[in-house]
Write a protein that binds this ligand. Structure first.
Ligand code: GLU
Length: 457
């Protein structure tokens, strides 16, 4: 059975790159009827925070990765397995595969004359019984890593120093803890970010020294921004949570993230999980850097939004609207909003005019729309609104006629009315909006806008 794991460290916001790795593991587990183990690597007590662990679990659930699916196992917490890590270190020492070392960094520098030389093996034969523990690496030959994404990667052993696996107080380092947990959890495939490729020859040595066949490795490509720089949390919007808060749908996120380094082999891009998952193969992951194109993600999201059945769209918008707003009223314009937004957070500004006593005037829109003739148009249209039959067609014809009387095309005549009604120059179709707003409220707004004009706003 394929057993994969996702092993994030809870040291910050959950990154879209982490989400992509998690999804690749999830796809692999799900399509093979295997298991996906969530292991929180929480051994760096100084940098971990419980809210980041919660953030990881909630972000994964948002993507559909949770215990609701029997493929999911965990979460396990690395800190709970320290005894096993220490035991493994002790075994390596007993087998002569690791040794104690008391050298400081300065000692090594003094002997080698360089900071970059790596450890010189000074304590290898000293037979010490305390200190940090170093793994005894082979002196020559190569460590060959077979990576399903990157192919065969060779690391000369000469360049691999005797690396530290446990500190002087016996606490394990990442490189060891990670391997011991993978062994204990019977992991068959390690699918993770490319930045860990450099740890892999060391870890492969550890697997072998602990007497276990190493897993299948797959290092997935880095994700870059439009300048081809690796996405960084200081520079780029990398937190999955930010996308969630902006109103990206999980299914659009999943779809887009899956395509960062992988494709179904034809031109298809918009594909639901149920279609992508069975096609996913690590062998098809492209090793070159993947460009995170937020514009494309927005376009994906817009498509997913438009594909939602209307009641479902309304339901999903709820979290992005004012809780005091009547969803039934929203439902009357929801379809108009659905075709116009790319993310759910944009819905609110499109429909707020319906719920507010008076619209929120955007000053730039106001200045743009309230030119000469504005007052005439508002006055003329208000007069017509008192009696016109209240349907989209008649509302439109009436404004068309008022505009014509002042030598204005409909588009020009609409601008002041739109701002008077909604507060902005862009938004939902005007006549539908007026219809839903109703005669009395529409009239009040036209009059209020005229007052404002007179007041010289
Ligand atoms: N805890 C490591 C990280 O977050 C994961 C290492 C791995 O996947 O092996 O980078």
């Amino acid at each position: 059975m394929i057993r994969v794991r996702f092993a994030p460290s809870p040291t910050g916001m959950f990154h879209v790159g982490g989400a992509r790795s998690a999804l690749y593991n999830w796809a692999l587990a799900e399509r093979s009827g295997g298991r996906f183990v969530l292991r929180i690597e929480d051994t760096d007590a100084a940098r971990n925070r419980p809210e980041w662990t919660e953030g990881i679990i909630s972000a994964l659930a948002f993507l559909g990765i949770s215990g609701d699916n029997p493929v999911f196992e965990g979460p396990y917490f690395q800190s709970a397995y320290e005894a096993q890590h220490r035991e493994a270190a002790a075994k390596l020492a007993a087998d002569g595969r690791a040794y104690y070392c008391t050298c400081t960094r300065d000692d090594v520098k003094a002997r080698t004359g360089s900071e970059h030389q790596g450890y010189d093996g000074f304590c290898r034969m000293r037979g010490l019984t305390e200190g940090a523990m170093r793994f005894r690496t082979p002196d020559d030959g190569v460590t060959v890593v077979q990576d399903l994404v990157r192919g065969t990667v060779e690391f000369p052993n000469e360049a691999m120093e005797d690396f530290v696996i446990a500190r002087g107080d016996g606490s394990p380092l990442f490189v060891l803890a990670n391997v011991v947990d993978d062994i204990e959890m019977r992991i068959t495939h390690v699918v993770r970010a490319e930045e860990h490729l450099s740890n892999t020859p060391k870890q492969q040595q550890l697997w072998a020294a602990l007497g276990v066949t190493p897993p299948v490795w797959a290092h997935v490509p880095v994700i870059v921004n439009e300048k081809r720089q690796k996405l960084s949390k200081r520079r780029d919007k990398v937190a999955l949570e930010s996308y969630r808060e902006e109103g990206y749908l999980p299914e659009a996120m999943v779809n887009y993230l899956m395509l960062l380094g992988w494709g179904p082999g034809d031109d298809r891009e918009i594909m639901p999980w149920s279609e992508m998952m069975p096609l996913f193969r690590l062998e098809d992951v492209n090793p070159s850097p993947a460009f995170f194109d937020e514009k494309k993600l927005r376009a994906f999201n817009g498509e997913y939004i438009r594909a939602l059945p209307l009641p479902e769209f309304v339901r999903r918008c709820q979290a992005f609207l004012d809780p005091a707003w009547d969803l039934e009223v929203f439902g009357r314009v929801a379809e108009l909003a659905q075709t116009r937004v790319a993310v759910l957070s944009e819905v609110k500004a499109n429909v707020d005019f319906l719920f507010l006593g008076e619209p929120v005037f955007d000053q730039a829109s106001w200045d743009k729309a309230m030119k000469a003739h504005a007052d005439d148009i508002l006055a003329g249209y208000a007069e017509r609104l008192e009696t016109v039959s209240f349907d989209t067609e008649s509302l439109k014809t009436a404004l068309d006629e008022v505009g014509a009387a002042h030598g204005l095309k409909l588009g020009k005549a609409q601008a002041p009315v739109r701002v008077a009604i909604t507060g902005r120059t862009v938004g939902l179709p005007l006549f539908e909006s007026i219809e839903v707003l109703g005669r009395e409220r529409a009239l009040t707004r036209l009059r209020a806008a005229r007052e404002r004009l007179r007041a010289g706003a």
